[in-house]
Design a protein around this ligand. Structure first.
Ligand code: ADP
Ligand code: ZN
Length: 611
């Protein structure tokens, strides 16, 4: 009798479950609906793939992205499992192959795009379907970040009478807000689901924010240390993608690009170039990546700040899925806030989105901005957002590694607040830049024509750097002492400034002493996230194994990581298996892969050791 441990080892080649996986599997196997909230890279797929392989019949997996399906199906087939997908990318011959395989009972997992559910009903109606899986389930909620109307039809589909008995329904997402979770439960019609939210921390990720005006130079500096390491650069707009892409190509980086403005063919090709390691860097809008399971992405740089923390964490979380150290870097300046505001207030107006939603999204943007400007531990800020408990300092983010000094900025704070207050007396309010200009005694056009040189606060901070004043303003906003209004032009207004003005409490903030640059990923210690990863890896052997993997991948037309993840290759380098039995003990080697590739890799390792 096969059980979950057997499948874990023999199909997927792993020895232990990760946090939360076993509980979800058990719930599903006891025929209970489930809602699992786990961060990207936590291993959600296994939670439904294992029960699907154990239960009789064909599980249906509703998945929003073609690339995701293709990847998952490839990976399952590589491990010897009957899997297929139905989406618009299939030729009619391929479609008929799938239909045939279904009728022969060869398919254990069928991936379908939500838009195709109704069409597929006829095909499915005869089959025994023990479970319907809804991947990226937050797409059902308009409070999430990838709302799709087709997700609203899933509940009807499940209830529609196509199925003799109602299949178990299991929903998966990385989005943790209560609103979204409630929506998922309601909209998908889950019945008393087993709910689990696993910890959101990804210890192998290093977080960094760079507050800078000149992003191009900063980006190039970031890339310079990374050699052949694979990474994604996210930009807010298509235009920015084009600019950054051109810059990188001109500087000789192996880069490709992805955004909705490119023709389908080019998009697919570029994506494949990246997945198959033909290009090292992907420059993309957020259209790229949902469901991209490339495990060896070693950095994600945000060239622009995303709209909210959920999007940020999800996008950044595409780094380091193999458990190896990876970097998540945000390049921030104040313009990012303006661009996002524009996107939130304008794009959604056209769809007639309700003002409540716009307001909600602006609030989320505020949190994101706090993250970008805070002097606190970045990981703490992220995890707090997901209501995850954390230590006050993680020791593994740019803020923890920057030497800060506690600076008493009460005086600066009072000057800034007074300036806002004096303007208010004149029924005027302005954004940060103008406030800074007034405080520093600028005589620019706007200040002269507005007569602001007569303000008592004009020029009272003429010896302070604009950057420092800005940092204090951000801190005041963060503390609720000033408020940033959400009009078309964001202006500063008075918040809870009483205690500061009455000098009841000093205003102490962390100011960086000197920027500590982390070492590049390659030289940093590998994370303990994955125990198997501990220990030295011989880089020459690793190179050879990668070469072998590439040859196999090319021959089979799959991305290299589908053959073996980097983590598996590294495990081979450490354990140097000399026999098939030893090879079966490698992390990520199941039965099928053992039979298919064992000999090749053992030979390569033996040759290397003898040579
Ligand atoms: P998610 O969908 O949650 O983002 P995936 O299901 O794509 O994550 O899994 C991320 C990576 O972790 C994959 O490479 C997967 O093979 C690996 N993984 C999943 N479960 C385990 C496990 N129990 N042990 C080791 N690796 C695992
Ligand atoms: Zn930290």
């Amino acid at each position: 009798m096969r059980d979950k441990y057997d499948i874990l080892k023999n199909i997927f080649g792993y020895t232990e479950f990760r946090r939360g996986q076993e509980e979800v599997i058990d719930a599903i196997l006891s025929r209970r609906d489930a809602l699992a909230v786990m961060p990207t890279g936590a291993g959600k797929s296994l939670c439904y793939q294992i029960p699907a392989l154990l239960m009789p019949g064909m599980t249906i997996v509703i998945s929003p992205l073609i690339s995701l399906m293709k990847d998952q199906v490839n990976a399952l087939r590589e491990s010897g499992c009957g899997a297929a997908f139905l989406n618009s990318s299939l030729t009619s011959a391929e479609y008929h192959n799938v239909v045939n395989a279904i009728s022969c009972g060869e398919i254990k997992l069928l991936y379908i795009a939500p838009e195709r559910l109704q069409k597929a009903a006829g095909l499915i109606s005869g089959a025994n379907v023990p479970m319907v899986v809804v991947d990226e389930a937050h797409c059902a909620s308009q409070w999430g970040h990838d709302f799709r109307t087709s997700y609203l039809e899933i509940a009807d589909f499940i209830q529609s009478g196509i199925f003799k008995t109602r299949p178990v329904t299991a929903a998966f997402t990385a989005t943790a807000t209560v609103k979204v979770r409630d929506d998922i439960e309601k909209i998908l019609g889950l019945k008393k689901p087993f709910c689990i939210t696993t910890g959101f921390d990804r210890p192998n990720l290093y977080f960094e924010v760079q507050k800078i005006s000149e992003k191009r130079a900063a980006l190039l500096a970031c890339l310079q240390t990374r050699g052949e390491l694979s990474g994604i650069i996210y930009c807010a707009t298509r235009k920015a993608v084009e600019e950054v892409f051109e810059l990188l190509v001109a500087r000789g980086f192996s880069a490709t690009r992805y955004h909705a403005g490119l023709a389908d063919r080019e998009r697919r090709k570029n994506q494949d170039d990246f997945l198959y390691d033909k290009k090292t860097v992907m420059v993309a809008t957020n259209a790229f990546g949902m469901g991209i399971d490339k495990s060896n992405v070693s950095f994600v740089i945000h060239y622009n700040m995303p709209k909210n923390i959920e999007s940020y964490y999800q996008e950044a979380g595409r780094a380091g899925r193999d458990g190896a150290s990876a970097d998540c870097i945000l390049l921030y300046n104040g313009q990012d806030v303006q661009i996002n505001k524009f996107l939130i207030t304008h794009t959604e107006d056209e769809n007639g989105a309700d003002p409540k939603l716009v307001h909600h999204n602006l609030e989320l943007l505020k949190y994101m901005t706090f993250y970008a400007t805070t002097g606190d531990c970045l990981r703490k800020r992220l995890l707090e957002y997901f209501s995850d408990e954390t230590a006050a300092l993680c020791g593994h983010c740019s803020n923890c590694l920057t030497e800060f000094e506690d600076a008493d900025v009460s005086l600066e704070g009072r000057k800034i607040v007074s300036c806002v207050y004096r303007l208010k007396e004149r029924n005027r309010s302005f954004g940060k830049t103008m406030i800074i200009d007034i405080l520093r005694g600028s005589k620019n056009e706007k200040i002269m024509s507005g007569g602001f040189t007569t303000l008592s606060t004009w020029g009272i901070m003429k010896d302070s750097k604009a950057q420092t004043i800005r940092a204090v303003i951000d801190f005041l906003i963060d503390e609720g002492i000033l408020l940033l209004d959400d009009g078309e032009y964001p202006v500063l207004t008075m918040g809870n400034a009483g205690p500061l003005l009455r000098q009841e409490k000093p205003l102490v903030m962390k100011l960086p002493k000197d920027r500590h640059k982390p070492e590049p990923v390659e030289t940093r210690l590998e994370s303990k996230f994955n125990d198997q990863l501990a220990g030295e890896v011989d880089p020459v052997l690793l190179d050879q194994l990668k070469k072998l993997r590439r040859e196999i991948a090319t021959r089979e037309s799959v991305p290299a990581y589908i053959v073996f993840a980097d983590a598996a290759l590294k495990d081979m380098c450490r354990k140097k298996p000399m026999s098939l039995v030893q090879f079966s003990g490698i992390n990520g080697v199941g039965k099928v892969k053992l039979e298919k590739y064992g000999e090749m890799f053992v030979d390569a390792i033996r040759d290397y050791d003898l040579g």
